[in-house]
Ligand binder design. Structure first.
Ligand code: C2E
Ligand code: MG
Ligand code: MG
Ligand code: MG
Length: 282
């Protein structure tokens, strides 16, 4: 009987799993209110152009500062929002915040670009195009100032309809970036069909180029491939000058990473980079 008892216990949830499950459930119930009350905010990580030596914009990264649980990482609540149908509200909030913030950067030499991450599930949301257009108009930001980042796997699994949505954005002048490139399994044929303006090499490969010859070859040839396909190539997760120098030698266009700057609140971002962005302004 003891064995059976134990067997039963093995097949039921452990208290850790139960904690995890109820933690997820309660977070889910709190997300709506958290967005409305300002607990969900947006951090900006600079994108640095290697040729001009200037910060040309930022990636918007969502953050949740929970009053009891502290800072919750997007990896812990974005998937929850996706599963529960709250991702539309979250996406609208990030888009609106990011475009509202960037609309305040005036007199820039080149209008700074802001990149917003899009969940795979959003690509099949019927109101996505309307949501993006609406956010641009309301905040008075040009489509050329917005980049939408979709993961390689999202782009891969996307149906014809999702492809049409990306093409629609492209025709409006919005940039499309393929995020985490190298982690999915997109074929060259597929990559060729994507209306993307930017290829963003995943940080796992970027970090590895410092001590792996094969990763160096992979990253170098990916940069050349991106250029051949007419895309700008971005490397994410740049943490050392050694890696930065290699990327520069390979002709990489833009870098992002802790070496350049961590994701920070908008006021810190502008304090750090406004002089650069507006350097040559009249
Ligand atoms: P991602 O879009 O690939 O973003 C890059 C992640 O790497 C960010 O983590 C960033 O803070 C981190 N990172 C940047 N540079 C470095 C570096 O030099 N070293 C290290 N170790 N990490 C670096 P974060 O902010 O935790 O975001 C994780 C993921 O959550 C993002 O990956 C993105 O897929 C997702 N995410 C973030 N914000 C949003 C959002 O507003 N909407 C959606 N749908 N997803 C989001
Ligand atoms: Mg991204
Ligand atoms: Mg990425
Ligand atoms: Mg990622």
């Amino acid at each position: 009987e003891r064995a059976a008892e134990r067997g039963l216990r093995w097949h039921s949830y452990s208290s850790d799993e139960q904690d995890e499950a109820s933690w997820r459930m309660s977070l889910l119930g709190e997300l709506d209110g958290a967005i409305d009350s300002g607990q969900v905010w947006v951090a900006y990580q600079p994108k640095y152009d290697l040729k001009s030596g200037m910060v040309i914009g930022a990636e918007a990264l969502v953050r949740w500062l929970h009053p009891e649980r502290g800072a919750i990482r997007p990896d812990n609540f974005v998937p929850l929002a996706e599963e529960s149908g709250r991702i539309g509200k979250l996406t609208r909030h990030v888009l609106d915040t990011a475009l509202g913030d960037f609309a305040t950067i005036t007199s820039a030499v080149q209008r700074p670009v802001v990149a917003v991450n899009l969940s795979t599930t959003m690509l099949s949301a019927p109101n996505l195009v309307e949501m993006v257009c609406d956010a641009l108009w309301r905040n008075g930001v040009l489509p050329e100032q917005l980049v939408l980042e979709v993961t390689e796997s999202a782009a891969m699994t996307s149906d014809e309809n999702a492809l049409a949505v990306l093409e629609r954005f492209r025709s409006m002048g919005i940039g499309i970036s393929i995020d985490d490139y190298g982690t999915g399994q997109s074929t060259l044929n597929y990559l060729k069909r994507l209306p993307a303006t930017e290829l963003k090499i995943d940080q796992s490969f970027v970090r590895a180029i410092a001590d792996s010859r094969s990763d160096e070859i992979l990253v170098n040839s990916t940069i050349q491939l991106g250029h051949q396909l007419g895309m700008k190539v971005v490397a994410e997760g740049v943490e050392t000058t050694d890696v930065l120098e290699r990327l520069e030698a390979f002709g990489c266009d833009v870098v992002q990473g802790y070496l350049i700057g961590k994701p920070v609140p908008f006021n810190i971002f502008t304090r750090n980079y406004r002089p650069q962005i507006t350097e040559r302004a009249a």
